[in-house]
Design a protein around this ligand. Structure first.
Ligand code: G4P
Length: 527
């Protein structure tokens, strides 16, 4: 077995979008191409968007489905593709952010009618922080959407990234004729509800060729000529290196529902997307082809069956070879562990796995040994960087309703926050506990699970905080600051000091008055 050739085969990425832009549909079309599923509709969407907040069980059921579809693996054109699924619902955004730490690139789906939406901006912020290469797919071109140039401008402005169209729509909505593939000068003619790949690919080496007028009509042909001239003039050449460094995003147009423009997207993605990349750890950069295994946990999912408290930890392999039943070193716990039943994800089923390589995601049954961000190695004491916690947006204090069950509550909240359901901050003295989340849904999840899995009862009292800020800097300055802000100082799960600011004004004042302290709204600075 050649480690290098295994790595070069792999492409591990996530499809991200604002809910409803077409992520599920696109994923499904990719899987159809890869032969991983046979029929449309086989991928159960893990989007929770349509469920009301009160419909909690439904949400949990859907989260259950999402375990099966968390990672989808298929082969295409000699490559092994790992798609990591991300929840669409805004309240689970933190899950998505963490998943983004485990991928090497991203395909961002935009609805051509709606353009760049709120969730998209936030997801792209995370990609930019990590310089993740991004390909943009503008979906639903069969609908009357926005002007493609306006969309490109909006992408650049709102997402703060240079874009470069690689395909271009010919007209749109009901008049949509097809797309012109700029990079290989051919036209893919549109046919609605195409189930197979189009054979109507027409090569147009020269756009002034009258054949263009014949196939799309004079008006659209002229418009295309003008558009392409403008694109060539404004956007310059597409440079793969710029894409790989996360500075430029190639853009494709198509329709996932109509299976249109998908094959081109997939093939170009396989051609240019990065294979598993070196990763920064606490000590050094780790190359994927190093012979010794290393990897980190980026997601933990609870078992939905209350009779089994075990959980599934998702391990991203970063270097070497992961092997079943071999002892690996759990760096945080300083202990060696082996795994008898690691599994891999094949479309909608799990399969026992014997070995895995950089880029792969391995499912591990866990009885409480793992926290998000934990690193496994063959003995080296390194921890992977880049599992950030983001400042939550909603804060509530956890109130114990049954003092006889304090231990259960302690254990439950500890484990649930290890899974990343929410962030836990403790305040001493008084042992007050504050829970921070990005959405209301998590509070329901926590309350329900504490009661059902840990037999503990609680309620939440809203606390009016605006941001959680991790503090670093001059020790004396921090001690002084804490003296005056006792009420707002807490510690996170790793005992880092956090300032809970009530308003942006209070935060800005604190920043101005304390030049020797740095306030961070993500925890990525640490480790
Ligand atoms: P998401 O995972 O990003 O949330 O989006 P999803 O794929 O579920 O797509 C959202 C809706 O958009 C779906 O319709 C889907 O059929 C539709 N859609 C996806 N791609 C295209 C496209 O290229 N053109 C058009 N016109 N529609 C598209 P729905 O009615 O919400 O769901 P369903 O009942 O069809 O499943």
């Amino acid at each position: 077995m050649n480690l290098k050739s295994e790595i070069l085969k792999r492409k591990t990425f996530a499809i991200i979008s604002h809910p409803d832009a077409g992520k599920t549909t696109l994923t499904e079309k990719f899987l159809l191409f890869g032969g991983a599923i046979q029929t449309a509709g086989a991928v159960k969407s893990n989007k929770i968007k349509k469920a009301a907040t009160s419909d909690f069980m439904e949400i949990e059921k859907q989260r259950g489905i999402s375990v099966a579809t968390s990672v989808m693996t298929f082969e295409y054109g000699g490559k092994l593709v790992n798609i990591l699924d991300t929840p669409g619902h805004k309240d689970f955004a933190e899950d998505t952010y963490r998943t983004l730490t485990a991928v090497d690139s991203v395909i961002l789906v935009i609805d051509c009618v709606k353009g760049v939406e709120e969730q998209t901006e936030r997801l792209m912020e995370v990609c930019r922080m990590r310089q993740t290469p991004v390909i943009v797919f503008i979906n639903k071109v069969d609908r009357d959407g926005r002007d493609p140039f306006d969309l490109l401008d909006e992408l650049e402005q709102k997402l703060n990234i240079k874009v470069r169209p690689l395909s271009w729509p010919i007209n749109g909505g009901r008049e949509f004729k097809g797309v012109y593939k700029i990079y290989d000068k051919s036209i893919n003619l549109f046919e609605a509800n195409k189930t197979k790949i189009s054979k109507d690919m027409v090569r147009i080496d020269d756009l002034s060729d009258p054949i263009l007028d014949e196939i799309v009509g004079e008006k659209d042909a002229n418009q295309l000529r003008q558009d392409i001239e403008l694109i060539e003039g404004v956007y310059g050449d597409f440079k793969v290196e710029e894409y790989l460094e996360g500075r430029e995003a190639p853009v494709f147009f198509g329709s996932a529902l109509n299976n249109f423009g998908i094959k081109e997207l997939l093939e170009k993605f396989l051609e240019i997307a990065p294979f598993p990349q070196p990763r920064q750890s606490s000590d050094r950069e780790v190359s994927p082809d190093e012979p010794k295994f290393s990897g980190f946990i980026f997601k933990i999912h609870a078992n939905l069956d209350p009779r089994h408290r075990d959980r599934i930890a998702f391990l991203r392999v970063c270097s070497g070879e992961f092997e079943r039943n071999k002892f690996f070193h759990h760096v945080r716990l300083h202990k060696n562990m082996k795994f008898a039943s690691p599994f891999t994800f094949m479309a909608d089923s799990k399969e026992l796995l014997e070995n895995a390589f950089a880029g792969d995601v391995v499912g591990l049954y866990d009885t409480g040994n793992f926290k998000i961000g934990d690193t496994l190695t063959e003995g080296e004491e390194l921890m992977y960087k880049g599992i950030p916690s983001f400042s939550p947006e909603i804060f509530k204090e956890l109130i114990n309703l049954d003092p006889m069950k304090s231990k259960q509550l302690e254990k439950g909240i500890e484990q649930l926050t290890d899974e990343g359901v929410a962030q836990l901050y403790r305040q001493e003295p008084g042992n007050r506990k504050f829970i921070g989340t990005v959405g209301e849904l998590q509070f329901e999840v926590i309350q329900y699970r504490l009661e059902n899995e840990y037999n503990a009862k609680c309620r939440f009292e809203p606390r009016n905080f605006f941001k959680a800020c991790w503090m670093t800097g001059d020790a004396d300055a921090i001690t002084e600051f804490i003296k005056f802000r006792q009420k707002n100082i807490v510690k996170d799960k790793d005992d880092n000091l956090v300032f809970l600011a009530e308003t942006s004004w209070i935060l800005n004042t604190a920043i101005q008055q304390n030049p020797k302290i740095e306030f961070h709204t993500t925890s990525e600075f640490k480790v």
